[in-house]
Each structure stands twice: as structure tokens, then as C-alpha cells.
Design a protein around this ligand. Structure first.
Ligand code: ZN
Length: 227
């Protein structure tokens, strides 16, 4: 059974299509992470980074070191920076940009637009699809109308949306995003309550989402869901 586990903040662990994947792996500086970094030693196939803010790039460089067979999926420009700066072999990069699906050994990956900022390259969201399940991780983003297109093109089963406000959408805006993305299963809130600056009540999101006829699923850090 494919599985998704929220590691707190924007960090998400996926077991999908026989692959062990982590998205935006801030582990060490994540006050609510249920795991230590060595949990991921020599068992990751893929690291996905939506953008290079420290709470998203997180421990990616070290994870690439302790997982010599893992690949990294991010924008070409961010990968180029990481490869040069941290001496990561280019062969382990999966270069892409906002666009269509690429195949990674049986699972499908794509990068999407995000309305946000970053230091190197542009910020993105990510789509991961395998075993008939499609997941959209929005990265950090404000609300934008093209989410309709993301819903239309990728038809996500699960959408992982930042709801912390201030740096991203808040619970009310994220509920509008759900309406545009039309997830077939659940909208899962992320990127909130890690620190006081992004403190919100996820139940506001749940209520707004259900008013619009969709279902939200609030996970605790460390909690997983079978997809
Ligand atoms: Zn950010």
C-alpha cells in the first residue's frame, strides 16, 4: 500500500511505487520532526526540493551524502547551484522545470508554478504520481488562479497545501485553492504551527474545505495515511 507521512512543516515522506521519497526534508531544524536524520540513511531513492529556503531545502545536501544512490528532483538551476556548491555528482540530479511529467523509474514527476520567492532559481510545487495515486505538494505559495490548470492537468488525489498564512496561503485562501484543484480524496494542510509566526487553527481549513464540498485531513507530525 502506498503511504504518505507528514514529518511536520513542509516535510513529507512517501512510499510509492516501490520508492522511498522525501519532499522538502527539513529534519534537523524541524522542531516537530518525528525522526532524526539517520532514519533516512541509505534508504532514500529520491529527494524532492520545491525551493531553496532553508525550511524546504533543509537537510537535502546531507541526505544526498548519506544516500549515495538517491536522486534529487528540483529545478535545473537549483540543482546546478547545489551540484557546484556542494559537489554533488550531476548524474544524480533529475533536471527539470515547470512543465510536464517525466518518468523516474516507474513513477511520474513534474514541477508546477508557485507564487513565492527563493534565493536560487524559482520556487515550485511538485507532482508525484505512481500506483494510480497522484499527489500535489504545493511548496510555499500564495493563492493563484492557475491552480485550476494544475487540477485540470494532473487530477490530484491528494493536495498538500501550506496554510500558515504570512509566508503562504492562510486557511481561507488554501480552501479556495482546494476548490480549484478538486482533489479526488483529501486536502492535507502543511506549513503551519511549526513556529508562532505561522500559527493557525487547521480546523478553520477543515470547515472551509467542507463548505466547498471537499474533504480535508489533518495529520499530526509523524502521522501517516495509506493512499
Ligand atoms: Zn519559502
Amino acid at each position: 500500500m502506498p503511504q504518505l507521512r507528514w514529518l511536520g512543516h513542509a516535510a513529507v515522506e512517501l512510499n510509492l511505487g516501490g520508492k522511498h521519497i522525501v519532499i522538502d526534508p527539513m529534519i534537523k531544524d524541524n522542531p516537530v520532526s518525528p525522526v532524526k536524520l539517520n532514519y533516512f540513511e541509505n534508504n532514500l531513492n529520491l529527494i524532492i526540493v520545491t525551493h531553496d529556503h532553508y525550511d524546504h531545502l533543509g537537510d537535502s545536501v546531507e541526505l544526498m551524502r548519506i544516500n549515495p544512490k538517491a536522486y534529487l528532483f528540483a529545478t535545473y538551476d537549483l540543482e546546478n547551484y547545489l551540484a557546484t556548491q556542494f559537489n554533488i555528482p550531476w548524474e544524480r540530479m533529475i533536471p527539470a522545470n515547470v512543465g510536464g511529467y517525466i518518468d523516474f523509474d516507474g513513477i511520474k514527476l513534474a514541477l508546477t508554478k508557485a507564487v513565492h520567492s527563493s534565493e536560487h532559481s524559482d520556487p515550485t510545487g511538485a507532482i508525484v504520481s505512481g500506483e494510480g495515486v497522484t499527489i500535489y505538494h504545493a511548496g510555499d505559495t500564495g493563492l493563484f488562479e492557475d491552480m485550476k490548470l494544475i487540477g485540470e492537468i494532473f487530477k490530484p488525489d491528494y493536495v498538500l497545501l501550506p496554510i500558515g498564512g504570512r509566508f503562504t496561503m492562510d486557511p481561507y485562501q488554501a480552501a479556495i485553492a482546494v476548490e480549484m484543484l478538486r482533489p479526488k480524496k483529501y486536502a492535507i494542510p502543511i506549513h503551519y504551527n511549526t513556529w508562532d509566526l505561522i500559527k493557525v487553527d487547521p480546523n478553520d481549513f477543515v470547515k472551509e474545505v467542507s463548505k466547498k464540498g471537499y474533504k480535508a485531513l489533518v495529520l499530526q507530525p509523524g502521522q501517516s495515511v495509506e493512499l
